[in-house]
Structures are given as structure tokens and as C-alpha cells.
Write a protein that binds this ligand. Structure first.
Ligand code: PMP
Length: 347
């Protein structure tokens, strides 16, 4: 039962009831929310829709999930934070993450006083199923985070492996699919929620949908979890201009597809190019909008690119990723400038 996994104070939470959530129906004089009668910018004198209804409708149609299984966070980062606060008891519970992976799972857990258990990936950077299931059995983490395609490796994990780990886990398994749109033949863990309601899937409009500045993350979950999320989130967590930008982004599906297609082509070109460089040691196959590669000296290459006005991400401090650099796929022009700079480095 999901309810039993929740922190007791969340289970018993009486949510804040905002003016906008109390009123439903038709009216044209709004004197209920202490807003200004005039907007600093058009439309922004009013509080935004607390339920993000129109955006959720557009997203659930696009992704093919019922409306009551989706909710919107202020970026997936807010959702990660809230899930930890909903399920993990500070000072008692732990979350489990594979390493290396996206860093905020651990940081938000630490902010909440929740222990983080790291399980290293295998030497080939795959999920270590046995180690994860053994740790689940011995340590009973409240939430297991799995990122697929993984940041920063770009690797998609086999869905059957993810689902076996989720089935072994008596707590919540969060599958972060932020980069799913860039993967070929991607199978989402969301299809398994009906069989295992402890699975939660995260998506974001920050990548393929081109709306990182709007801060729009999507949680796909069993309606019970979604309802608790709606109670626990800040009342107006997604600003009005962001909701509008999100609706436009989701409806502009032709451009999303074009961007994904161009990103995949440039990703293949960049990977081949990196392989030709004399100082490249390894290029990791990627299903995301970035490529990770290993060089002779990542710190020196990082500084060299920075001197030329190009910012990349040095991932060398992560376990198993010594001397690695992660490069986001940019525009054609940006990729040309990058390649020109990389060609000029002595190694
Ligand atoms: N998940 C992963 C795996 C990410 O790499 C990122 C951002 N880099 C996020 C979530 C955060 O996404 P958002 O912009 O929706 O907060």
C-alpha cells in the first residue's frame, strides 16, 4: 500500500486551500485572492492555475497517460525534492542511487537529513542488478532512483532489469527519464505502473521540448501518489508564463521532433569526430543529448576550451569517470566551433 510508505505527517496532511483551488465554475469578477487589479505584464496580476490543468491535459495526450496520473513540478528537481520529503523519514530512512548518476537525488536527500546509499555501476557502466537487489534487501531504502538514459553516461538500461529492481524494492522506485526523447526505440517504465504502483516516472520539458528556462517537470505516477504530490507541493508552484510556454512547447510537436532528429544526427557526428582525435581514450555510446568521452587530461582540456569561450562539463570527479568530459549537443554553429577548438588541442 502506497499510504503505508508515506511519512505519517504527509499521510495526515491537511493541505493549504488556495483561493484559486477553492473556486471552480464561471465568474468574471475575482476579488478572492488579494491580487492586484492591474498587471505589471499582461495576465500576470492573477495567480496561476494551481493544477496546471491545460498543460497536464496536453502532456497526458502527448504521452498517452490518463490525466489523473500526471502532475507538474517546478522542474523535475522540485519533484525529486518533494518525493524525498513525502516518503523518506529524516534521520531514519535512506535513498539508494547508482553511481555515477545525476547529482540532485543525493543533494536533496542530504538537505532533508536522509541518508544516501551509493551502489556503483558495473565496470561497463551498466546497472549492477545483483548489488542493487542485495542492498535493497539488506538496507530497505525508502526510494531507489534510477536514471535512464543515465546522466552523465548516456546509457539506457534494459527495462526488464529496471522492473526487476523495482519489483524487489518494497519502497518507491523513481525512474528518471529526462532524456528519453533522444533515445531510439525507448521503452518507458511508466507502462509498468499499473502492475507496480510503487514506480514513479519523471519526465521534463527542459531537454527535447526546449523549455529549461520555464522549469517544467512531469511526474507520472499512480493516482494516489499524484494526489499526495498535489497536496504537498507549494500551491502555485508553476508560474503562469511557464504554463503558457509549456502548453506551446507540447503542442509544437513538429519542432520537438525536428530538434530530436537534429540532435541525434549531431550526436552521431560528434561521437565519430571525437573518436578521430589523438588524445581521445574512449567515447561512451549515448542515447541522450550529450556525449561523454575520456581524454588524456580532462582538466587541461576543460581549461583550454574555456579560454576559447566554450563551456563543457568536467565529470572526472565521479567514480569510474576519471578524465571524462561531457559535451551537450548544441546548434550546428556551436558544434563547428567546438570541433575547430578540439582539433587545435595538442593533448
Ligand atoms: N533529471 C536528470 C537526469 C537531469 O539531468 C536533469 C537536469 N540536468 C534533471 C532531472 C532536472 O530537470 P529539470 O530541468 O526538469 O529540473
Amino acid at each position: 500500500m502506497i499510504e503505508e510508505l508515506l511519512n505519517p505527517w504527509i499521510r495526515d496532511l491537511v493541505p493549504y486551500s488556495s483561493a484559486r483551488s477553492e473556486f471552480s465554475g464561471r465568474a468574471d469578477v475575482f476579488l478572492d485572492a488579494n491580487e492586484s487589479w492591474e498587471g505589471a505584464d499582461p495576465g500576470i496580476n492573477r495567480y496561476p492555475d494551481p493544477f496546471c490543468s491545460e498543460l497536464r491535459q496536453a502532456i497526458s495526450e502527448y504521452m498517452g497517460f490518463p490525466f489523473d496520473m500526471t502532475a507538474i513540478g517546478n522542474g523535475s528537481d522540485e519533484i525529486i525534492d518533494l518525493l524525498i520529503r513525502m516518503f523518506a523519514y529524516p534521520g531514519r530512512d535512506a535513498i539508494m542511487v547508482e553511481r555515477p548518476t545525476y547529482g540532485t537525488y543525493s543533494v536533496f536527500a542530504s538537505i532533508s537529513g536522509v541518508e544516501v546509499i551509493d551502489v556503483p555501476l558495473t565496470p561497463s557502466l551498466d546497472l549492477d542488478e545483483n548489488a542493487m537487489i542485495n542492498t535493497i534487501n539488506s538496507r530497505k531504502p525508502k526510494i531507489v532512483f534510477i536514471c535512464s538514459p543515465n546522466n552523465p553516461t548516456g546509457r539506457v538500461y534494459p527495462l526488464d532489469k529496471i522492473l526487476r529492481i523495482a519489483d524487489a524494492n518494497t519502497g518507491i522506485t523513481v525512474v528518471d527519464e529526462a532524456y528519453a526523447d533522444f533515445a531510439e526505440d525507448f521503452e518507458s517504465a511508466a507502462c509498468a505502473i499499473k502492475d507496480n504502483p510503487r514506480i514513479v516516472v519523471l519526465r521534463t520539458l527542459s531537454k527535447a521540448f526546449g523549455a529549461a528556462g520555464a522549469r517544467l517537470g512531469v511526474i507520472i505516477a499512480d493516482p494516489v501518489i499524484q494526489q499526495v504530490f498535489m497536496k504537498a507541493k507549494p500551491p502555485y508552484n508553476v508560474p503562469f508564463p511557464s504554463q503558457l510556454a509549456g502548453i506551446r512547447a507540447v503542442k509544437d510537436i513538429e519542432n520537438v521532433r525536428r530538434r530530436v532528429e537534429e540532435t541525434r544526427i549531431r550526436r552521431a557526428e560528434l561521437s565519430s569526430f571525437l573518436n578521430t582525435l589523438p588524445y581521445t581514450k574512449e567515447v561512451f555510446p549515448s542515447e541522450a543529448n550529450f556525449v561523454l568521452f575520456r581524454v588524456t587530461d580532462a582538466s587541461r582540456l576543460y581549461s583550454y576550451l574555456l579560454e576559447r569561450g566554450i563551456v563543457v562539463r568536467n565529470r572526472s570527479s565521479e567514480p569510474m569517470l576519471d578524465n571524462t568530459i561531457r559535451i551537450t549537443i548544441g546548434s550546428d554553429g556551436e558544434m563547428e566551433r567546438l570541433k575547430e577548438a578540439l582539433s587545435g588541442w595538442e593533448g
